[in-house]
Design a protein around this ligand. Structure first.
Ligand SMILES: [Zn+2]
Ligand SMILES: [Zn+2]
Length: 155
């Protein structure tokens, strides 16, 4: 028996086990890094998760499985957008000045005459002030926000 443990076969087996262990350790660390990048926006949380996985071999990735956010960032983002779209549908768009319900194509508020949108220079479709380009005819929109952004870029 002592012959077996002293043999080169046993030494080789130990080395293989060690290499396998190190490979598994690094692979799990890498997996945690990739997975946390899709779940955390915070760079510190990503580094922290990867550090836990590397500092505590095998158990670290297991801990990460329990503490990681249940959903991917893209899923959370999609759901957020859906909620916003739903709110806009249910609540309707409102005038920023008088809170009156306004249509999505109104140029001015019918209640307080506050300007809501500018018509496109080319096709006269109502443009949202935050748009940089007309979505109907692709003409660049020169709204107030657009020109302000233009100025900051030049200076
Ligand atoms: Zn109004
Ligand atoms: Zn247009």
């Amino acid at each position: 028996m002592s012959d077996f443990f002293g043999s080169t076969t046993w030494t080789a087996l130990l080395i293989i086990i060690q290499i396998f262990g190190v490979a598994l350790w690094l692979a799990l660390g890498y997996w945690v890094y990739q997975d946390s990048r899709r779940r955390f926006e915070n760079a510190g949380a990503i580094t922290g998760s990867t550090a836990i996985a590397l500092i505590i071999p095998l158990l670290g990735p297991l801990i990460y499985l329990f503490i990681r956010p249940p959903e991917y960032l893209t899923d959370a983002h999609d759901r957020e957008m859906e909620t916003l779209a739903l709110e806009a549908q249910v609540g309707g768009l409102r005038c920023p000045e008088c809170e009156a319900v306004v249509g999505s194509r109104f140029l001015v508020c019918p209640m307080c005459t506050a300007p809501l949108r500018e018509p496109c220079r080319r096709c006269s479709e109502p443009l949202d002030p935050i748009w940089h380009v007309c979505p109907y005819c692709a003409t660049p929109a020169y709204s107030q926000t657009g020109s302000a952004a233009e100025e900051t870029r030049i200076s």
